[in-house]
Write a protein that binds this ligand. Structure first.
Ligand code: GDP
Ligand code: IMO
Ligand code: MG
Length: 422
């Protein structure tokens, strides 16, 4: 059986969680392959709203297997809080979640180091989520990290060593901290983690595939935040692209089937870094208001702008996207006209290719289209779509050369329209 991958094509928060939840009934397994609690995936159904960070978004649709893969970084404290919150609201988890022993642990000192490095950068800060993501992946590649499987064997000694090294680093940075409460909470969460199935998930996922089970891989963040291809250094610390699913789960590349690329009908970004189509005017503020563009994890204001087809073409190329899914179409319902960036002018020269440096001298070239000025939030089928909306979709498909197969017209699971492909 093949593996399908679902991931964000912009700077995160495209609506991945909602779509994973919608598509989960078609799969046996949902698996997270990278990132950690920097993610905030929002799902709404039956009048309830949930935000998951480390737990896969397949958890709400029956008894599917939900894997937290080796490419994920896991903070036991945040995982415990998230899991207990879900259990309290009646969602049984213990039999549904499987955690890779090779996933790296986020220590309390990783969180402190994240804050210390950001403070040291001053105005050049990345604007991280403060969850210790960068320092944890740095320890992973430096071969000095701790993994989930380590909690089962001589953990105290291993932990003491890493903690001592981190404290030295924090002191070198003259960073003031108090570890006592954070550490007590974390150590108790380590015990809680032991109640879950901790396995070699690369074996499990391949056995499931050989058994004809279908797997949906859930990406976190977005392609433009990928550590190799995003707007470096204003990126996250993992490979958010499709290839990350192979590395982060132990799946061979020839197993990959459909690649669902999720995009908003416009564009947002949270944290620092370049964003060529960002709007600093009334239009940007309107997008933020209508789209409720505030971070699911940090509550930070998201920066808003028009859709960027240069960045999207780049993302589609890197991921081998086979289907596009457009979210938040309803947010544009009241606009007279809508703009789409089809090229950049870089130091006076027009290009359709995403350049090495997008920080300076990049100006978007826009095409303007008519808005549809119709409330789409209650629409149930594509037959109801206004003509101007169909024009917008056809325009995007022509520019991006990939079919848009699903349109989302509101945050609820039910506000999702699958388009017929002929
Ligand atoms: P993720 O990180 O990619 O899962 O996305 P987030 O959950 O961080 O952000 C997406 C936000 O948009 C959430 O608040 C969703 O409830 C909301 N959302 C998703 N799809 C739609 C949609 O089609 N219309 C509107 N108005 N909101 C949506
Ligand atoms: P989801 O999965 C949007 C951004 C941060 C910061 C940069 C690095 O919900 O789409 P990090 O804490 O990862 O070191 O921060 O990446 N960022 C996200 N932005 N959505 C996310 O996740 C993000 N995860 C990280 O704002 O700019
Ligand atoms: Mg999010």
């Amino acid at each position: 059986m093949k593996v399908d991958v679902l991931l964000g094509l912009q700077w995160g928060d495209e609506g991945k969680g909602k779509v994973v939840d919608v598509l989960t009934p078609n799969y046996d397994v949902v698996a997270r392959f990278q990132g950690g609690p920097n993610a905030g995936h929002t799902l709404e159904f039956e009048g309830e709203k949930y935000v998951v960070r480390s737990i896969p978004s397949g958890i709400f649709q029956g008894d599917k297997i939900n894997i937290i893969g080796n490419g994920v970084v896991l903070d036991p404290s945040l995982f415990k809080a998230e899991a207990m919150g879900l259990e309290k609201s009646g969602h049984e988890l213990k039999n549904k979640i499987v955690i890779s022993k090779k996933a790296h642990l986020i220590l309390p000192t990783h969180r402190l180091l994240d804050a210390a490095y950001e403070a040291a950068k001053g105005d050049a800060k990345v604007g991280t989520t403060g969850k210790g993501i960068g320092p944890t992946y740095a320890d992973k590649t430096s071969r000095t990290g701790l993994r989930v499987g380590d909690i089962l064997d001589h953990f105290e000694e291993k932990y003491a060593q890493v903690k001592a090294r981190h404290i030295q680093l924090l002191n070198d940075l003259h960073f003031k901290f108090d570890l006592t409460a954070l550490e007590a909470e974390w150590l108790s969460a380590i015990e809680y983690l032991k109640e879950f199935q901790l396995v070699d998930s690369e074996h499990l996922v391949n056995e499931l595939l050989n058994d004809n089970k279908s797997v949906l891989c859930e990406g976190a963040q977005g392609t433009m935040l990928d550590v190799d291809f995003g707007s470096y250094p204003f990126v996250t610390s993992s490979n958010t692209i499709c290839a990350g699913a192979c590395v982060g789960l132990g799946i061979a590349p020839n197993r990959i089937g459909e690649v669902f690329g999720i995009m908003k009908a416009y564009c947002t970004r949270v944290g620092s870094g370049p964003f060529p189509t960002e709007l600093f005017d009334e239009v940007g503020a309107t997008l933020r208001d209508l789209g409720h563009e505030y971070g699911a994890v940090t509550g930070r204001e998201r920066r808003c702008g028009w859709i960027d087809l240069v960045a999207l073409r780049y993302s589609i190329m890197l991921n081998g996207v086979t289907q596009l899914i457009m979210m938040k179409s309803d947010v544009l319902d009241t606009f007279e006209t809508i703009k789409a960036c089809v090229a950049y002018t870089v130091n006076g020269v027009e290009t359709e290719k995403f350049p090495f440096n997008v920080e300076h001298g990049v100006d978007p070239v826009y095409v303007e289209l008519d808005g549809w000025k119709t409330d789409m939030t209650k629409m149930q089928s594509e037959d109801e779509f206004p003509e101007e909306f169909n024009n917008y979709v056809s325009f995007l498909e022509k520019e991006l050369q990939v079919p848009i197969t699903i349109i989302s017209v509101g945050p609820d699971r039910a506000q999702t329209i699958v388009r017929c492909q002929d």
